[in-house]
Design a protein around this ligand. Structure first.
Ligand code: PXP
Length: 245
């Protein structure tokens, strides 16, 4: 079964909007797990625009499944990760001016620095995933840099109109890159921009083991509650995966 990790950043976004202590992403994470999520993902950004250090420390104490920390490969955050010891760190590129992570890692330009961070985290017993554009080269480079998992950026697929030629092209790209990830011996994950309508085709990709989904689940949770939002997403993923059998 494909694992679902719910990204709780957007609960923290709502809290930071007013500098209140609610809604609490830690509480939301517990509810997500009770509703059947296999793990929790949180992105501690350098600018602390949503998730705070306090959240990650409490998530480490409370999450029962997998805790996946998304982070930039920068010394201050790496130091924190080494203290907090999430089960997994997913390295992502980070720009101050972006609204959300816009692309995969630049493994050509930044490969040496990323490789050093991968080694540092792995030496501390933390699994490392790299967030990459759906390209075969990036898949192979992820293995060379020592990652155990690669997460394909699904943003371009999600931006393409549903059922369009562009969406089909993006799915083919994802499939090819996914095969390259599996051929390189890495676990395959995917995420970014996935919602209840577009997740099925991604869940049907060969070798896919894990999805990281945030915005669409938290947006639905605002209206129908966390449990229903997670259960509905699990159903959409299962239907897509069944379609591929
Ligand atoms: N995976 C990664 C690496 C991300 O950076 C994000 C966004 O923080 C997600 C998944 C989740 O994206 P979304 O909130 O669009 O579901």
């Amino acid at each position: 079964m494909i694992r679902l990790h719910v990204n709780v950043d957007h609960v923290a976004t709502l809290r930071q909007q007013r500098d209140t202590i609610y809604p609490d992403p830690v509480l939301a994470a517990g509810l997500c797990e009770l509703a059947g999520a296999d793990g929790i993902t949180a992105h501690l950004r350098e600018d602390r625009r949503h998730i705070q250090e306090r959240d990650v420390r409490l998530l480490r104490q409370t999450v029962r499944g997998v805790l996946n920390l998304e982070m930039a490969a920068v010394p201050s955050i790496v130091d924190l990760a080494l203290q907090i010891k999430p089960d997994f760190c997913t390295l992502v590129p980070e720009k101050r001016e972006e609204r959300t992570t816009e692309g995969g890692l630049d493994l050509r330009g930044q490969g040496a620095a990323i490789g050093r961070t991968v080694r540092t985290l792995r030496d501390a017993g933390i699994g490392v995933s790299l967030f990459i554009d759906p390209e075969e080269d990036a898949a192979r480079a992820s293995a060379d840099l020592g990652a155990v998992c690669a997460e394909l950026h699904t943003g371009d697929y999600c931006h393409a109109a549903s059922g369009s030629a562009a969406a089909r092209r993006e799915l083919t790209r994802l499939e090819k890159a996914g095969r390259a990830v599996a051929d390189a011996g890495l676990r395959l994950a995917a995420g970014h921009g996935l919602d209840y309508a577009n997740v099925g085709a991604v869940a049907a990709l060969p070798f896919l083991e894990e999805l990281n989904i945030g915005h669409s689940i938290i947006a639905r949770a605002v209206l129908v509650g966390v449990e229903r939002a997670v259960v509905d997403m699990r159903a959409a993923i299962a239907a897509g995966a069944r379609g591929a059998e």
